[in-house]
Design a protein around this ligand. Structure first.
Ligand code: NAD
Ligand code: UDX
Length: 461
């Protein structure tokens, strides 16, 4: 399609885990829209324009290569792209504040404010500005105020369109979403803007899956959806502790409980706790909002989800220490998996970071292996030079180890030759399966002492 024939120009500010994949999907589904993703990071944009994309996500490369250079572009020329855009998605990072008021809880909105100022400065025609980033409820008020301040008479219409995709399944989640949520002002211009966005999604999403609400419901729903998902994980993890104390099996309990259609089966896998860039941050933000509105009891309820998650990681490390005769000094531990979940190289808030640091404090030697996350693992443990090796080949990583600790349930780990692994390990050989991923009975029969989460251990000692 000729450049001038595009019916609308979309710009996405922020070329990260959300901005890149969402825009690749929109570009594929809407070849008559010009989609440009911009970022302040030149390195990231260069990577998006190369064959080495900056993130690993199944199906992403295919979608990018199909549209790049046709109607999908990656650029650092933020000002020019804003000026030319009809529709602007804001997909910048919204981390937790590490300083000042609300440190450790409130969202750091500096990147959002910088983006809003830049949009205002470079706009001379009306634009739809869409919150794709996860934001505290009523953030659209702030955007509205910034965009309409001063002398600029350009009209902006703000929409909230939170992203529900999960990493590792981002492309599938975007191409076949459970729902698309669009919040708008309940005004004629708000509804007109909302209809523009509905028009885009309805190219591939059935109409009944496109939910429209007011702005505040949409903003809040994103935080609540993540809080509910994380709360299920903490619920089952809390029960895993009780299972370990009573010889009940958490997988059996989860199955029995999840078969109730009112409860459902998903997100009831006990393990070492949730990681990732969203759950912790979004619950902390919910807690902060509750406190801000003086709803302290409710804040405490949600804070408990995080407490249980922290506790789960601590319990896992304590179990390793207790089992391995209360000392890890100079013992080699092979860590299988560092990513916060499989099918991604992302390690943000990965339980592996905390668990590895705790094992190193006990003076263990770690050899960490992961099919996609080793570069990030090195950054996460930067400054810790002693006692850590990063080894791609799992068989090499586990040679001479006293224990194998599985922290990410990569499917390839199930296909490994565990007899060979056992033969190459020190005895007694321990496996701590932090994701209940492996065939425990088979490992036990090979000779391993097996410690799953929330299940009776299988041991020869
Ligand atoms: P990210 O850190 O991967 O990407 C954000 C990008 O924004 C970075 O490349 C950064 O350089 C860029 N950026 C920051 N300030 C900028 C500015 N002023 N101008 C231009 N670019 C700027 O973050 P992400 O994981 O893509 O998350 C983005 C938002 O989406 C967050 O609010 C997050 O909570 C939300 N979200 C994330 C996920 C997920 O799985 N990662 C899922 C749903 C929602
Ligand atoms: C999450 C939400 O699922 C997604 O809708 C939102 O847009 C972003 O945050 P993500 O963090 O990418 O997605 O992955 P998710 O599959 O939710 O897993 C998060 C963490 O929970 C992982 O560490 C995973 O291992 C853990 N988890 C998940 C469990 O421990 N048990 C489960 O049953 C499910």
């Amino acid at each position: 399609m000729n450049k001038d024939q595009f019916i609308k120009k979309i710009v996405c500010i922020g070329a990260g885990y959300v901005g890149g994949p969402t825009m690749a999907v929109i570009a594929n589904k809407c070849p008559d829209y010009k989609v440009t993703v911009v970022d302040i990071s030149r390195k990231r944009i260069e990577a998006w324009n190369s064959s080495q994309l900056p993130i690993y996500e199944p199906g992403l490369r295919d979608r990018v290569e199909k549209a790049r250079g046709k109607n999908l572009f990656f650029s650092t020329d933020i000002d020019a792209e804003i000026a030319a855009a009809d529709i602007i998605f804001v997909s910048v990072n919204t981390p937790i504040k590490t300083f000042g008021e609300g440190a450790g809880k409130a969202v750091d909105l500096q990147f959002i404010e910088q983006t809003a100022q830049r949009i205002k400065k470079n706009s001379s025609s009306p634009k739809i500005v869409i919150e794709k980033s996860t934001l505290p409820v009523r953030s659209a008020d702030t955007l509205d105020t910034i965009l309409h301040s001063g002398k600029n008479s350009v009209r902006f219409e703000i929409l909230s369109n939170p992203e529900f995709m999960a990493e590792g399944t981002a492309i599938r989640d975007m191409e076949e979403p459970d729902r698309v949520l669009i919040g708008s002002h309940e005004t004629p211009s708000g509804h007109a803007a909302r209809d523009e966005l509905v028009k885009i999604y309805s190219r591939w999403v059935p109409e009944q899956k496109i939910i429209t609400t007011n702005l505040w419901s949409s903003e809040l729903s994103k935080l609540v959806a993540n809080a509910f998902l994380a709360q299920r994980i903490s619920s089952i993890n809390s029960i895993s502790a009780l299972c370990e104390a009573t010889e009940a099996d958490v997988t059996e309990v989860a199955r029995a409980v999840g078969c109730d259609s009112r409860i459902g089966k998903k997100f009831l896998n006990a393990g070492i706790g949730f990681g990732g860039s969203c759950f912790r941050k979004d619950i902390l933000n919910l807690v902060y909002l509750c406190e801000y509105y003086k709803l302290d009891d409710i804040a405490q309820f949600w804070q408990a989800v995080i407490l249980i998650n922290d506790n789960q990681m601590d319990r896992f490390v304590s179990r390793i220490l207790k089992t391995m005769f209360r000392t890890l000094v100079d013992k080699k531990i092979a860590v299988f998996g560092f990513a916060f979940k499989p099918d991604t190289g992302d390690t943000r808030n990965a339980p592996a970071i905390y668990i590895c640091k705790r094992l190193l404090e006990e003076k263990a030697h770690l050899s960490i292996t992961d099919p996609h996350a080793l570069p990030n693992a090195k950054k996460d443990l930067d400054g810790i030079d002693e006692g850590v090796k990063y080894i791609e080949d799992p068989y090499e990583a586990v040679k001479g180890a006293h224990a194998l600790v599985l922290l990410t349930e990569w499917s390839e780990y199930c296909g490994l030759d565990f007899q060979k692994i056992y033969d190459n390990m020190k005895k007694p050989a321990f496996i701590f399966d932090g994701r209940n991923h492996l065939n425990h009975r088979k490992l036990f029969e090979i000779g391993f002492n097996v410690y799953p989460v929330g299940k009776p251990s299988l041991t020869h000692i």
